[in-house]
Ligand binder design. Structure first.
Ligand code: SF4
Ligand code: SF4
Length: 436
């Protein structure tokens, strides 16, 4: 069995009761799967929990973290039947990688990471290989912005092209493709080697919402910080889209290039700050299992979401920004699953309190069902919609006048596609309220 991720963290597993059921094959990967102690905690949905959207939307135990883990153990023990293997492939493909289990399972089972290894071992997307490769390679496709733009606008405009893409590629014909914006943000970036922070420009923000980069720079600069932008001119990615489709070598290679670039700043303990939760969580969570080096560990320990960076500075009495009061419209916050798994909603609360008189509320929802390419896969269309309807849809309907703040690009798309509800990034929300 050729494993691609470093499961070293689990190498000393097996000494305690919690790891009594380790499969015969699979080495440390088997140990990572064996952290599931069958508590069945993942079969319950608590009011504020994320875990587990695919189980909650199907009510099928095989689609729960524990159900998946049980079948993977059987697979690694060579005891799985063909029928069970087929079920497992389907349930792994239906795992949205939200990391709800990593945060909420009794044993912190990380099914999102296990899925990447499993996808690489089993090639679960082979039926739709071209489609999933295209999703994985989106950062490369977007380098040809006009070409990608032509594809997405043709898909969105012409029924015949949608039908053909659905038939040949397995693309969900009812989910419009996002349209890239062809403009470069007009921002001043620090050019010396001692900025206060590195602001990471991810693929999605850069191509689909470049104004958010200007907003983030404006907010940080007016608050007295000197951000240096990483990835604005030359492309650097966190490798998230590769990783979630099981292209582990490609994700690693993206991260190696980025590490090379940020190495001089790591030694100076300059933090890296990100705007898109799914990209930033690559640095915090996945990076050490992809690259075993001191630099990787240093970046993993010093990368923060935009709201976490500001939240930490507020706590240190080191952040001040004059913002206009807002009392007329309430804000609804939809937290991205990875934001929740990083525990960043506390910081969101701190940051939103900077706006005088603002009334805000966090939506109690699980994954929105967007989850990167998930909503665009024809076989997951219904499941994606069911996830959206787990709580998010109703919360939006109950508060029609509110401004929706959402940090995740996929979440924004999903709300737009299902409820025609616009939403904005926290950086834009703050920038719009800066006192002139
Ligand atoms: S995945 Fe976690 S919560 Fe679910 S049965 Fe296993 S240990 Fe319990
Ligand atoms: S990552 Fe999310 S969808 Fe996948 S098993 Fe864990 S909670 Fe369920």
């Amino acid at each position: 069995m050729k494993l691609k991720l470093n499961w070293k963290e689990y190498e000393n597993a097996g000494l305690g009761d919690a790891y009594a059921d380790i499969p015969k094959n699979g080495g440390d990967f088997a140990k990572a799967v064996a952290v599931c102690i069958n508590s069945m905690h993942c079969l319950q949905a608590f009011e504020k929990s994320v875990m587990c959207p695919s189980y909650r939307a199907t009510n099928d135990i095989h689609f729960s973290p524990g159900g998946r883990s049980r079948l993977i153990k059987k697979m690694l023990n060579n005891e799985i039947t063909d029928e069970e293997q087929e079920t497992l492939d389907k349930s792994m493909a239906a795992c949205v990688g939200c990391k709800g289990c990593k945060r909420e399972c009794d044993s912190a089972l990380d099914m999102a990471q296990i899925k990447a290894e499993y996808t690489n071992l089993r090639n679960i997307y082979k039926q739709h290989a071209l489609r999933n490769y295209s999703f994985a390679a989106i950062s490369k496709l977007l380098r040809f912005n006009s070409f990608y733009s032509l594809i997405s606008s043709s898909f969105n405009q012409f029924q015949s092209i949608r039908d053909l893409s659905g038939r040949l590629l397995g693309v969900n014909i009812n989910a419009p493709l996002p349209q890239p914006i062809k403009s470069t943000p007009d921002v001043a970036t620090v050019n010396d080697d001692s900025p206060d922070l590195l602001l990471f420009v991810d693929t999605f923000t850069k191509h689909f919402s470049p104004d958010t980069i200007s907003s983030a720079v404006k907010v940080l600069t007016l608050a007295g910080f000197r951000p240096k932008l990483i990835g604005l001119e030359k492309n650097y990615t966190a490798g998230r889209s590769w990783f979630s489709q099981g292209y582990i070598d490609s994700a690693r290679s993206e991260l190696l290039s980025l590490l090379e670039l940020v190495k001089p700043y790591l030694n100076k303990e300059i933090p890296l700050v990100g705007l898109e939760p799914s990209c930033l969580s690559m640095f915090r969570n996945e990076l050490p299992s992809l690259i075993d080096s001191e630099n990787a560990l240093a970046l993993s320990k010093n990368s923060w979401l935009f709201e976490e960076f500001i939240g930490k500075r507020i706590a240190a009495n080191d952040f001040s920004l004059e913002l206009e009061p807002q009392s007329d419209v309430k804000v609804l916050v939809h937290g991205h699953c990875h934001q929740k798994s990083l525990g960043a909603l506390k910081s969101m609360r701190k940051v939103l309190k900077l706006v005088p008189d603002l009334e805000f509320e966090f939506i109690n929802s699980s994954c929105c069902g967007g989850a990167g390419s998930f909503a665009h896969e024809s076989e997951h269309e219904q499941l994606s919609k069911n996830m959206y309807e787990l709580g998010l849809k109703q919360a939006l309907e109950d508060s029609k006048e509110s401004i929706v703040v959402a940090m995740g690009f996929s979440c924004q798309q999903q709300m737009k596609n299902h409820s025609q509800r616009p939403s904005i990034h926290l950086a834009d929300f703050l920038a719009q309220r800066i006192k002139s």
